[in-house]
Design a protein around this ligand. Sequence first.
Ligand code: F6R
Length: 241
Amino acid sequence: MKIIKAKDYEEMSNIAARIISAQILMKPDCVLGLATGSSPIGVYKRLIEEYKENALDFKKVKTVNLDEYEGLSGDNVQSYRYFMNTNLFDHVNIDKKNTMVPNGISSVELECGSYEERIEKLGGIDLQLLGIGRNGHIGFNEPDEYFAARTHVVNLTESTIEANARLFESKDEVPKRALTMGIGTIMKAKKIVLIASGEDKAKAVKDAVCGPVTPHCPASALQLHRDVVIVADAEALKLMP
Ligand code: F6R
């Protein structure tokens, strides 16, 4: 694992965006695995700026998102499809037909199987961008007794529902289930970039990097991947030895 220390959120975002632009420049038809949440917003802003400066072309890029809430359609403002459209896709020259987010209103079990197959058909993920939950989750892979191999439906933990409630009118409105790539799906990506900002991520980052590899901290599986870069700010790295 390589760790890049950034001074703050902005620097973290700029560094991660540069890694993603390098990927697009090297392979213009690459498959990017993308995340939602507060962590990648700055990365997407920077990528949009680079596109507007004519430094980046998304014409042939394909994307696959990590996860989606069950029961939310793409035009629901809380859905991850909506998030991706408004925070990135609507502002660059990507063909929306080349962007995949799990469908939260389909028959979700079937959708999980087909999502996995569609990723394989694309030839796998070249670069996967990840955030990390305060409990060490990646995607919606919550701490558990085992690592889930494939895209699946999960029950969200109380801590994740609470963390995500800030984006809803009330905690009761946060969906209780979600579709997510499995740890196995994520681990098949050729390169992984995990971003983390803020003190509330410090324990999760330390457990993921220095703790045992255990499904109780899903991000710890990344220790077994051969090409992971963690870009984190000083606050998120403050518990690192
Ligand atoms: C989002 C996702 C989640 C988030 C994590 C951190 O697609 O997969 O694992 O990356 O919950 O969320 P933020 O960035 O909001 O702190």
